[in-house]
Design a protein. Structure first.
Length: 261
């Protein structure tokens, strides 16, 4: 692969998504995967596999920053990984088997992607209300119950991310706010990003082994997304967060509905 393989159009898509991720903190997989499927016409499996490695690379940088700032709770990361890693491996095995033995695997992935996008839109739009509701009504959970619920959450994210490349951000973050209401939000954000690195890497490598990763596409996306994230991060302090999240949630809901219907 050389510089000639870099597609400027895909890099532009990387810039746009990178800016949105920098502005809102979410939307990488939930925007990039449907963009690759609906706009550029990539096979859903290729879009998911490529986006997973794209997410792993970008979130590694985010993890390094959060780690340096001591805003990662590695205990939470470990609990999530206990559920997500085996769930991811099992999902990839099942996906590989289904791809070889059943027709309609593409439709299953598209349906899961559409449903996950709609769920992500709801989580983004109602995150503060959901958090406020549970914070005011729920008692502090027993440590043992929090442990197992976190592992279960990791398993659910492992399945969703392996099938659709979506869910680790908004869905995972919303659930963590409920399970760990007393942890600072920045530590939960850092933990969610750190957990997404091994999750997306393992899932992405599994898709790569199945031949569903386009390396030229991956390189083109990363060329655009890195400066895009920097620009978005700079602009984030100047644009009202609630406006951005409303636009992002509405976009994901429309795209999810289009994929389903």
């Amino acid at each position: 692969m050389s510089l000639a393989d870099i597609n400027p159009l895909y890099s532009l898509a990387g810039v746009l998504v990178g800016v949105l991720v920098g502005l809102t903190g979410v939307g990488g997989g939930s925007l990039m995967t449907p963009l690759l499927v609906l706009v550029f016409g990539f096979h859903p499996t290729t879009a998911v596999g490529t986006d997973l490695l794209y997410a792993s690379a970008t979130k590694t940088v985010g993890t390094a920053v959060h780690g340096a700032n001591r805003t990662v709770d590695w205990r939470v990361v470990g609990r999530l990984a206990l559920g997500s890693v085996p769930a991811t491996v099992l999902t990839l095995i099942g996906l590989n088997y289904a791809g070889k033995n059943f027709e309609g695997t593409e439709h299953v992935i598209t349906a899961v992607l559409g449903l996950t996008l709609i769920a992500t839109a709801i989580a983004i739009f109602l995150r503060q209300r959901i958090h406020a509701y549970f914070s005011s009504r729920a008692t502090v959970l027993e440590p043992g119950r929090v442990l197992w619920l976190t592992i279960v959450l990791g398993a659910i994210l492992g399945v969703l991310v392996s099938l659709s490349s979506v869910g680790a951000g908004a869905l995972g973050m919303t659930a963590l706010l409920i399970l760990y209401p007393h942890l600072p939000t920045n530590r939960l954000v850092g933990s969610d990003i750190a957990h997404a690195v091994p999750l997306t890497l393992i899932a992405g490598m599994g898709h790569w082994a199945m031949g569903s990763v386009d390396l030229a596409l991956l390189a083109s996306l990363l060329v655009g997304s890195v400066p895009g994230i920097i620009v978005g991060s700079v602009l984030s302090a100047r644009v009202p967060d609630h406006v951005l999240r409303t636009i992002l949630a509405g976009t994901l809901a429309v795209v999810g509905g289009k994929l389903l219907f």
